[in-house]
Write a protein that binds this ligand. Structure first.
Ligand SMILES: Cc1ncc(COP(=O)(O)O)c(C=O)c1O
Length: 382
């Protein structure tokens, strides 16, 4: 089988197959994630070229492996964090706290206090309650307001939980202006693996109106944070980063030079840097339908399948394709990965399955539920 949805020939199916054979011969186990840091480097370069004037901060929730973090740090990429644990991981790698943005819109008070003590200067809010919580810890912490925006056409929408509506945002801006609180920026998230260029246009236009309102309210806006959502080429057509960059550059035209622009890419920087290698642990034919059970599942690395996120499955066989149900190894019925996946009908117990584009939101989501081990992340060394 040949991959249809993978952009990086250096980590080709043949390379991954050869690596897996060696890995197993030398005592390695499945499931594991094979990651090529050279791809991370090329994604950083490509993003920077496509989005001139936009500073990418890595959203480490996508893959917090310390080797990826250290690599991005050497490339001069700053970071976005969601928790004190993430923050402390970065600090232990020598990352300067002032180059970190704390973007979780609702944080435990202790997290605000700890981050402030560590000298994190910028935190995201999306509600007056959070503004007041942060101000009660310190009125020096710079605030960046997360706005609601369209997530239409994103494979992993992020609306519904966070984001101030326009009327709420106006009220928060006015409150900060009136009480002298340092609200200095705006942010939004178009949804992860975003296929819809209009989402960036809509997000930026909405933010621009509110940036003007901030000035009217006596605030000095200095930051526009475009969030994440930049897609990897996956199982359906995706706009290229160059097309997204052109849309964003167009939408940013005329933005005051005093406003710096950043983004928080997660998936784009690491998604296609790694393949998941997994093994068929069992097969069954139930009511005439073929089932395949893998040693990686929804709880142990393929968590995004719980929201119907798709993956391409490749293998060493070439038999006639049969529609199969593919499940993970745990006893939970939710651990059903794919329905009617077309795979060679001669797949058997012990066969390896290779999933490209598995570098983001896989090991990061994995748990040891039912006692199954977490997939190890292995670096491709040459
Ligand atoms: C606040 C924030 N920033 C950035 C990201 C990264 O998004 P993506 O991986 O789609 O680039 C996320 C993802 O959940 C997020 O919640």
């Amino acid at each position: 089988m040949t991959p249809n949805h993978y952009e990086f020939p250096p980590l080709s199916l043949a390379t991954v197959q050869a690596h897996a054979a060696h890995h197993l011969r030398t005592g390695g186990a499945t499931p594991y994630l094979l990651c090529d840091l050279n791809i991370v480097t090329s994604k950083v370069d490509r993003l920077r070229a496509a989005l001139p004037g936009v500073t990418p901060y890595y959203a480490m929730k996508a893959n917090p492996d310390p080797r990826i973090l250290a690599h991005l740090h050497t490339l001069g990429v700053p970071f976005e964090v969601a928790s004190v644990y993430e923050l402390e991981t970065l600090l232990s790698l020598g990352v300067d706290a002032s180059s970190i943005i704390f973007s979780n819109p609702v944080k435990p008070r202790e997290a605000v206090e700890a981050a402030y003590k560590y000298s994190v200067t910028t935190m995201v809010v999306d509600h007056l309650d959070e503004v007041q919580k942060i101000a009660s810890v310190s009125r020096e912490i710079q605030l960046c307001l997360r706005l609601e925006t369209s997530n239409t056409g994103s494979d992993w929408p992020l609306t519904g939980k966070f984001g101030a509506s326009t009327s709420e945002a106006l009220a928060i801006i006015d409150y900060c202006g009136k009480h002298g609180l340092p609200l200095m920026g705006l942010t939004f998230h178009v949804g992860s693996q975003c296929r819809n260029l209009d989402n960036w246009h809509t997000g930026i236009s909405g933010a621009r109106l509110l940036l003007s309102h901030m000035e009217t309210a006596g605030l000095t806006p200095t930051l526009l944070n475009l969030g994440g959502g930049f897609p990897v080429q996956h199982t359906r057509p995706m706009p290229s980063i160059e097309a997204i960059g052109a849309t964003i550059t167009d939408a940013l035209t005329g933005l005051p030079e005093t406003v710096s622009v950043m983004a928080e890419p997660g998936r784009y920087l690491v998604g296609d840097s790694a393949w998941m290698v997994t093994r068929v642990v069992g097969t069954a034919t139930r009511k005439g339908h073929r089932w395949l059970y893998l040693d990686v599942g929804a709880f142990t690395g393929l968590g995004e399948t719980l929201e119907q996120f798709d993956y391409e499955l490749l293998c060493d066989r070439d038999g006639p394709l049969v529609a199969m149900t593919v499940a993970g190894p745990t006893c939970d019925t939710a651990d059903l990965l794919f329905h009617d996946k077309l795979l060679p009908g001669d797949l058997q117990e012990g066969d390896l399955i290779y999933l490209p584009n598995a570098g983001a939101y896989t090991t990061a989501y994995a748990s040891t539920f039912n006692g199954f081990p977490l997939p190890e992340m292995v670096l491709k060394t040459c």
